[in-house]
Design a protein around this ligand. Structure first.
Ligand SMILES: *Cc1c(COP(=O)(O)O)cnc(C)c1O
Length: 387
């Protein structure tokens, strides 16, 4: 059976160019980048090249790029690092209800240590406004963390404007840009951000490698202490193959961004149009325009998304519930709840995310199979339109 992969927001395949760039660093150039010998120096050189590749991609200086084990660690490092460093200054942080669990659960954990967190509530399209942030900032606010683009519903935040508010108020601004890399232009100066998280496997790099951009002069307490790697901010021997692959992946993602997105956006718009045409009582979740070019998030009345995902999988189509991180549990998605979706619609929601390997044929096949399965599931439950 031919498989159709529509779960790029969960992970994307490593590109052959990326894999080839990584391979020499397993067996040939295996030295520890801290070594003084030739093989160590070569590994060091490769790590520093990857650092420059990321700096170039986000408009930063190489020394402002830190390598981590992924998006989750980058988010933790930004939030815990700032909270810990500035706790004498204030104990208040601001975030939103639609953040990734790497941000939300980190904030929840800080609450147990005496920090006060404001969780801003989005509008029905998933947007947080700069004015909401302005109103929430107080004299004891030390950090605002608002994601660049949402991983479930694809809504793109007004990060530049939120960053401007933070700058005006003298508060540090972190953004989880994990879903934005490769999809949106990233420029840390234009975006007014002090800290920005990335994860390589979301843009065709290897899993287990992430980046945290830290604006020069931003003090941060390390999460992992030990050796003096990453300017003593993240101890541990560098994941050299991962870092090299991540550098190659961000370079390609940036170079191909506009061309890829044009094609991906057309496929997305076609899929949205066909599904909404063919399935009665269906809706698109998230902002209609301010959304990631590859994201479709649908709700279908009268079905359970678990059943739909299983049937799609049997038909060879890989999709995802609200988010991969909460699937397996029957909890309705925290994002769909936050945008005020009624329980029935939130239970019947799925996410289809498109990538650079997706073909027109695959979209057409999906737009044919999906409505049939929804119809079938509804009939099995005796569901009737409008009760
Ligand atoms: C995937 C994802 C993360 C976590 O990244 P990992 O590298 O898997 O730890 C964080 N934030 C967002 C928005 C994501 O989509």
């Amino acid at each position: 059976m031919r498989r159709i992969y529509l779960d790029y927001a969960a992970s994307a395949p490593v590109l052959p160019e990326v894999l080839n760039a990584m391979l020499p660093f397993f067996v040939e150039t295996y030295g520890n980048p801290s070594g003084v010998h030739a093989t160590g120096r070569e590994a060091r050189k490769a790590v520093e090249q990857a650092r420059r590749q990321f700096a170039e991609a986000v408009g930063a200086e190489a020394r402002e790029i830190l390598f981590t084990s992924g998006g989750s660690e980058s988010d933790n490092m930004a939030i815990r690092g700032v909270a810990c460093t500035l706790k004498e200054k204030g104990n208040h942080l601001i975030t939103s209800l639609t953040e990734h669990p790497a941000v939300l659960n980190t904030c929840r954990a800080l609450e147990k240590h005496g920090f006060r967190i404001t969780y801003l509530s989005p509008d029905t399209s998933g947007l947080i406004s700069p004015d909401q942030v302005r109103e929430a900032i107080g004299p004891d606010t030390v950090l605002v963390s608002i994601m660049t683009a949402n991983n479930e519903i694809g809504t793109v935040s007004p990060v530049t404007e939120i960053g401007a508010v933070c700058r005006e108020k003298g508060v540090l601004f972190h953004t989880d840009a994990v879903q934005a890399a490769g999809a949106l232009p990233l420029d840390v100066h234009a975006m007014n951000v002090d800290l920005l998280s990335l994860s390589a496997h979301k843009f065709h790099g290897p899993k287990g490698t992430g980046v945290l951009y830290v604006r020069q002069g931003t003090r941060l307490e390390p999460l992992i202490t030990g050796g003096s790697q990453e300017r003593s901010l993240r101890a541990g021997t560098e994941n050299v193959p991962g870092i090299v692959g991540a550098g190659k992946a961000i370079e390609i993602a940036t170079a191909c961004r506009e061309e890829n997105n044009k094609r991906i956006r057309e496929l997305r718009d076609l899929l949205i149009r066909l599904v909404l045409e063919r399935v009665p009582e269906a809706q698109l979740n998230g902002h209609p325009e301010k959304r990631l070019p590859n994201n479709c998030n649908f709700s279908f009345a009268g079905i359970e998304s678990e059943a739909l995902l299983l049937r799609l999988d049997l038909a060879g189509i890989a999709a995802s519930g609200g988010s991969a991180c909460t699937s397996g549990s029957m909890e309705p998605s925290h994002v769909l709840q936050a945008i005020g979706l009624e329980e029935e619609m939130s239970r019947g929601s799925i996410r289809l995310t498109i990538g650079r390997e997706t073909t027109l044929e695959e979209i057409k096949t999906t737009a044919q199979i999906l409505p049939e399965i929804v119809k079938d599931l509804r009939e099995m439950r005796g569901w009737k339109k409008n009760g």
